[in-house]
Design a protein around this ligand. Structure first.
Ligand code: GDP
Ligand code: MG
Length: 169
């Protein structure tokens, strides 16, 4: 594989709407239960950092509270906005990559897309250069592929394209 070698200490931040699987994915990446997963009304309210050593490399992961998927930036509480913004500062000097977490079962209609764009604007346009889409809930796909899913959703194509066509499932 081409590209830059991985840094000795990799710092990642996970962002996205609520219930897309950010905390679950963060735990999977770290290989331990570091973050509380949403259930019975429990939700991530603060960003939180955790570390692990994976294949001999230091890994830092910041999990963040999401925005409600149909709430405009204006409708998101000031507290949630601050927490979402703080996620980038929690792993100074900043993340190597930002994972925008989207469930493969989420319908990416126009308002979902607008809400993603509005909340991403909290970090400035430059953030997109560091961002890749992390697709969760791949069990939902069945026999379809991630590529089928992207092709079927114009909004998803826009997001993936904005991330320089970087995505993982
Ligand atoms: N079926 C399925 N459920 C998942 C997956 N990842 C997370 N979940 C469930 O989705 C819900 C939200 O997950 P969570 O990680 O808390 O999402 P967050 O709000 O984005 O942090 C929880 O009930 C998880 O158990 C997945 O890959 N497949
Ligand atoms: Mg969470």
């Amino acid at each position: 594989m081409g590209g830059k070698p991985l840094p000795e200490h990799l710092r990642l931040v996970l962002i996205g709407a609520e219930c897309e699987g950010k905390s679950s994915a963060s735990n999977t990446i770290l290989g331990k239960t570091a973050f509380v997963v949403n259930n019975n009304g429990n939700r991530t309210t603060h960003c939180k950092i955790s570390h692990s050593v994976v294949e001999g490399r230091w890994l830092t992961v910041v999990d963040s509270p999401g925005w409600f998927y149909i709430n405009s930036l204006q409708e998101t509480s000031e507290m949630d906005k601050l927490e979402i913004e703080d996620s980038m500062d929690l792993c100074l000097p900043g993340p190597h990559a930002v994972l925008l977490v989207i469930s493969l079962e989420t319908a990416i209609h126009a308002s979902y897309l607008r809400v993603v764009r509005e909340h991403m604007s909290l970090f400035g346009e430059e953030i997109w250069k560091l961002t890749l889409v992390l697709f969760t809930m791949s069990d939902w796909l069945g026999v379809k592929t991630v590529e089928d899913r992207i092709e079927s959703e114009e909004g998803l194509q826009w997001i993936v394209n904005k991330c320089g066509n970087r995505y993982v499932a």
